[in-house]
Design a protein around this ligand. Sequence first.
Ligand code: PEP
Ligand code: MN
Length: 344
Amino acid sequence: MIIVMSQHASEDELMRVVEFVEERGLRTHISRGRQKTIVGVIGDKTNLQKEQLRVLPGVEDVVSIMKPYKLVSREFHPEDTVVEVNGIPIGGGQPVVIAGPCSVESEKQIVEVAQAVKERGAHLLRGGAYKPRTSPYSFQGLGEEGLRLLKKAKEETGLGIVTEVLEPNDVPLVAEYADMLQIGARNMQNYQLLKAVGKCQKPVLLKRGMSATLTEFLLSAEYILSEGNKQVVLCERGIRTFVDYSRNTLDLNIVPMVKQVSHLPIIVDPSHGTGRRDLVAAMAVAGIAAGADGLIIEVHTHPEMSWSDADQTLSPDEFELLMKRVNSLVEWQRNYDPINYSID
Ligand code: PEP
Ligand code: MN
């Protein structure tokens, strides 16, 4: 349920509404928009009638949220959320590029890749220290040593670190090193892990599960927000379909759809979304054109030697071309005036 305050409601009237709700054992969430202030109500509403709220001074309307997700819904929080990672705002209008190798392999590798992507305009560094691998025989990541190497790459370049956490018990350790905690596609419905990152105050990059619906995806984000962590960025990384030419199918429909129903930023991962180096740049541009708030791209100074996901990893030169294409689109979008725009 949301309580919409009238434009002229005073701070006292707002506080009285909050008190009224909380006295009945429910939680509130205030969202101060440019036009209006909204009070979101969370909890069991048996002892709270809309009619009681409607007559309180300063209340304009009381509306039920019909969707199963509440805190992540745009009704609850009409303004776009901006998540800041190492001083970089995600969702603020300027697309953010996270780039780096699939896995951290050595100090030389991660520092070289970090320098290469930074020079070409990346805003944040990715790199897995804990890897969720389909096969138990594949490289599983360097673990804590990988985290230390990421820290070294940050010291060398200033780029903030985005890295995956696989288990609830590892959250405090990974959070010590990371600027943003990634929840991988395979863990999107690992509810204990979602609760654990929800309790910590680090931004979270939540990747969509490979067969997750929009509702399931947003309910996973709801788990994190409901534990108190509001800094969540969604990531479309491709879903399983019947196509046989790419690893996954990048579902770009979800980008404008998420924008309609949620206030959370969403970025696109064309590396896992295609699984093919030759398709990554085109789908990166497509993601930004669809309205994504950023990209996450796998890059390696020797892509063919990557210890994981070699087939989809770009070289620095390929990444440079991708950045040029993305930047020219961003430039075009900046100059594009929807009112005066005409095709002739
Ligand atoms: C990754 O980012 O390297 C990764 C494992 O991604 P996903 O969880 O989307 O497969
Ligand atoms: Mn990968």
